[in-house]
Design a protein around this ligand. Sequence first.
Ligand SMILES: [Zn+2]
Length: 316
Amino acid sequence: MRYQQTLETSSFLSGIGLHSGNPASIAIHPAPVNTGVVFVVKHEADQIQSCPAGISFLGQTDHCTTLQAGDFGIQTVEHVLSALAGLEIDNAYVELLGSEIPAADGSATPFVDMVYQSGILTQDGPRKYLKIVQPITVEDAHRSISVLPSALPQITYNIDFPHPLIKQQEYHHFCTPHEYGKNIAGARTFAFQKEVEFLWSRGLGLGGSLQNTVVFSDTGLVNDEDLRFSDECVRHKILDLIGDLSLLGIPVIGHFIAKYAGHALHTQLVQAIMHNPDKWIMLNAGETGKDGILNGKNSSNSTIHPSELQPAFHAF
Ligand SMILES: [Zn+2]
């Protein structure tokens, strides 16, 4: 029997938002069994607004993944969610100051470090899994993502960019915390120099810099620092996919195969899994039932009683 996990204590990170360019800080706190991951913001008078990391709260997926619960929106959730899912943290409160997760170094390593600084706590509740029993695919003209039955959770990702340092890349990832920390978490966000001004004109990437993004010129790298992996781009795509898949709210046992996909297609696959309950079964489903697990963790803008939170929650 595997048990759910949370953090032993709270941890903190400050920086700027990759897309807004505004100051951004987060704290990751322990949370009770069956909470899932919930983003919270504390207002005056101890009022707390919350948004579960669930697909029903999905906002825009243009260059990053955003969540929206009423007037509470959070930009660029995918890297912190990826770190939590990659390390098999089931329950956590992610408290924000601002409306975007800090860009950090463009990878998930700073969030992985937060988890390891806090320590991982095994909880008194069974871990639940969604096991794929029939293939599910979403695709558009040139891109696709599928999930196939598999004994173990794994991801195969393909990308193809006409750039001498990227070209065609394929990476296969067995989804374990060890593999995630060693081979996926460190892969950084990447962009192409010629696209950067276009992004700025659309109000995106305003906090982007060579400290948090790998920028490719026409023929090479703009950054002084070398790539962390020769296939860093495809590894970052897997990092993003793991974060986006976590919006399902339950780990999936299946083999994900992605070709040239991105946040939009990743989240469409999450929707397709939700809408095709004949293609998966629940393992260790417990008492909540499949609807409860997928949708019913917390309601939009629900108020969390401050006594449920750790004292460090009020540190900001
Ligand atoms: Zn990313």
